[in-house]
Design a protein. Structure first.
Length: 452
């Protein structure tokens, strides 16, 4: 599982592992913490929201007498856990402390958030059965994928990053968090900037049902560190404050446009955009002058818009408002996963939606199994209405947002086609407009002969 996401959504890692271990006590967890090597160095993130920290916190918890009592009560109330039973799904599950095996792995792209050279990354292993069960397989897999000509500079930089984080990480990460909170406060309360730009808060990015604490914003009057700590301990999802999503659609800019302006004129680099936002990130290397520079830049951009609008004709104003509306309201909904084609499901009648993506993937290896249909063609609409179903031959990933909206073997729904048609991003991995959508050929539905 990916923790943290690009946009800063943090799982409650402790809770996820706890409830999964209740169902399968020797489950192996693989956490992709690519963006999150710094998390270990702050007590806010560590114990509940990082793989390695949560693993330690759970081990301590299960070793205590209090937990044994809690578990005994739970066991009495629920009996044997049966996950096909609704009660089990709505109950907070607890694992048997005598059965649990801790088998946790996580990957860190150290280079993304600590001081390593690019490509410097680490796999952290905290698996109590590693030596006995996994060492050989792990080493073989590692040797298969690594190079026999390692880059010593990268490896040395990993060592520097580790040592720096160990000696100074706490101070640096605290500063990284404080700068982000300060930036949020300044931008969202600034009389000029806040007319056009705004950083999104937990309330905007996490639905209320996953934010049981009710924490809405980090900077609301009266919110204390304790409120944040309590929310992070319990909430199903939390927002990493150092991931700063800035809404720019309200200033009439789409993400790519603003990214270009910031890079070309102000030498500020953005690495993720969406239709109406850009994402900033505070890091351990940031200083107050860096955040002051960003604020100054946003003030300049806001004043430019103010001046432009003050001189604008009625039709120019209407054009600005229409642009803002199109960027903020007419945004295509990201379609939910549809379903796999029956051909790629072991049990097409099953209520759950799993399928054999691998079979779909390899079916598309042979050109004769595939066809292309243009996205805006009448044929697509005809097939959606009358079949045969449109079945994706590959991954299609618009960037942004960077999630697959089709996977091999998946049936393409009307919602997916509408989303693709409304998209105005240039980069769509797995899709070439001049050829059309790549599909796995499906037989035409058999027409039954008319009875005479
Ligand atoms: C979630 C996630 N996992 C893994 C990676 C790959 O990381 P690396 O740069 O160390 O190869 C990325 C890169 O952006 C990522 O976003």
């Amino acid at each position: 599982m990916t923790n943290v996401t690009f946009d800063g959504h943090l799982y409650n890692v402790k809770r996820v592992m706890e409830e999964c271990l209740a169902i399968k006590p020797d489950l192996i967890f693989l956490w992709d913490e690519a963006w999150y090597a710094f998390g270990r160095f702050s007590p806010f993130y560590r114990r509940t929201r990082t793989a390695m920290g949560a693993r330690e916190a759970l081990a301590e918890r299960y070793a205590s007498d209090e937990y044994r009592e809690e578990y005994a009560k739970f066991k009495k109330s629920i009996g044997k856990i049966d996950i096909s039973n609704k009660k089990a799904l709505s109950t907070r599950l607890l694992p048997d402390p005598d059965q649990v095996r801790f088998r946790v792995y996580c990957t860190h792209s150290t280079h993304k958030s600590l001081s390593a050279l690019r490509q410097g990354s680490m796999i952290h292993v905290n698996d109590q059965d590693f030596n006995e069960d996994n060492y050989e397989a792990f080493e073989e897999a590692f040797m298969t994928h690594t190079s026999t000509s390692p880059n010593q500079q990268i490896i040395a930089s990993l060592d520097v990053a580790r040592r720096q984080a160990e000696l100074e990480g706490y101070e640096f990460v605290t500063k990284q968090i404080l700068l982000a909170l300060e930036l949020r406060r300044q931008v969202n309360n600034h009389p000029v900037i806040s007319k056009y730009f705004r950083f999104l808060d937990p309330v905007d990015l996490i639905p209320a049902k996953y934010r049981q604490s009710g924490l809405e914003k980090y900077n609301s009057p009266g919110v204390t560190w304790k409120d944040v700590v309590d929310a992070w301990e319990e909430d199903e999802f939390a927002l990493d404050p150092t991931r700063l999503t800035l809404v720019c659609g309200t200033a009439g800019y789409d993400g790519t446009e603003l990214k270009g302006i910031l890079a070309d004129k102000y030498e500020i680099q953005i690495n993720k955009t969406s239709r109406n936002t850009v994402l900033f990130q505070s890091n351990i290397n940031n200083s107050h002058s860096a955040t002051a520079y960003l604020i100054e830049t946003l003030v300049k951009l806001s004043r430019q818009i103010d001046n432009r609008l003050a001189r604008a004709s009625a039709s120019e104003r209407a054009a600005f408002n229409a642009r803002v509306k199109s960027l903020t309201e007419d945004v295509p909904d990201l379609p939910d996963f549809s379903h796999f084609h029956d051909k790629y499901r072991d049990n097409p009648k099953s209520k759950t939606r799993e399928g054999n993506m691998r079979e779909g993937f390899f079916a598309a290896y042979e050109a004769k199994n595939c066809e292309h249909i243009k996205l805006f063609s009448k044929e697509i609409d005809d097939r959606l209405r009358k079949g045969p179903e449109l079945v994706s031959a590959n991954f299609v990933i618009p960037y942004p947002p960077g999630f697959p909206i089709m996977v091999p073997g998946q049936v393409i729904s009307r919602g997916i086609i509408n989303f693709m048609r409304a998209l105005d991003v240039k980069e769509i991995h797995g899709y070439h407009a001049e050829m059309g959508i790549k599909l796995i050929k499906m037989p035409k539905p058999r027409t039954t002969a008319k009875k005479r």
